[in-house]
Design a protein around this ligand. Structure first.
Ligand SMILES: Nc1ncnc2c1ncn2[C@@H]1O[C@H](COP(=O)(O)OP(=O)(O)OP(=O)(O)O)[C@@H](O)[C@H]1O
Ligand SMILES: [Mg+2]
Length: 219
């Protein structure tokens, strides 16, 4: 489903180059939970950004279901991010001027939201325990609650690909287990491919896939 071929990503910091990915090759099978692990600075978040087409590699190719990301037009890339990828990231999950229910509906806002979609968004927010937070904006919610809004948006969108960066980083163990229940549900019920960066291996099952990064390459 995802093929990463000889991907190099270098960030410029002042006068020095930071080589975040140094010729990474890997494959991620469809409809799996794939965990990306590795030491801090090994390039895990960088890889997720590239998979979600939020950033571009310096060289190399990434193909998602046969489509080469670097060959997409701007319009195709926008559509890919909007409709096919669910992002569960710590920092730029939510739009600050939108409330919880609007944040869940972001992918549908440009074409107009139907009454059914709005109802569905509300049901999903209730399911993730945010029934009392529907009209709260991100700054009125805790980190864990914001994370759950992002999960609700992914559940609403049913994306081809779900990208999660430390999805349980700020959560207690019970809420963390719940997040994993939803991530697994996305795979099982909607056939999503779920890629998760984490330091915490407690939620990895023997049937999941594991990619281990070190210094910008597969370890
Ligand atoms: N925007 C940026 N500008 C410059 N350097 C960056 C940038 N983003 C990441 N880096 C550097 O690239 C390398 C890989 O970073 P990345 O965020 O992918 O690591 P990571 O594996 O996600 O680490 P962590 O587990 O700490 O989140 C690091 O050395 C980091 O300092
Ligand atoms: Mg990271």
């Amino acid at each position: 489903m995802i093929e990463v071929e000889n991907v190099v990503k270098t960030y410029r910091r002042g006068t020095t180059d930071v080589r975040a990915l140094r010729g990474l090759d890997c494959k991620i099978a469809g409809q799996t939970l794939t965990f990306i692990v590795g030491p801090s600075g090994s390039g895990k978040s960088t890889l997720l950004y590239l998979l979600g087409s939020l950033d571009q590699p310096n060289s190399g190719e990434i193909r998602v279901q046969g489509r080469t990301l670097s060959k997409m037009t701007r319009k195709e890339r926008d559509a890919f991010r909007r409709h096919e990828v669910g992002f569960i990231f710590q920092n730029f999950n939510l739009l600050g001027n939108l409330n919880a229910i609007e944040n869940v509906l972001i992918p549908f806002l440009p074409t107009g939201v139907t009454i059914d979609q709005r109802k569905n968004a509300q049901l999903i927010l209730e399911r993730v325990g945010l029934g009392q937070r529907l009209d709260h904006r991100p700054h009125q919610m805790s980190g864990g609650e914001q994370q759950r809004v992002a999960i609700a948006r992914a559940l609403m969108k049913r994306p081809l690909l779900v990208l999660a960066d430390e999805p349980t980083g700020e959560l207690d163990s019970e809420s963390g287990a719940e997040v994993y229940r939803y991530l697994r549900e996305l795979r099982e019920e909607h056939g999503s491919t779920v890629v998760i960066v984490t330091h915490d291996r407690t939620h990895i099952l023997p049937t999941d896939s594991l990619l281990s990064l070190r210094d910008g390459k597969l370890a």
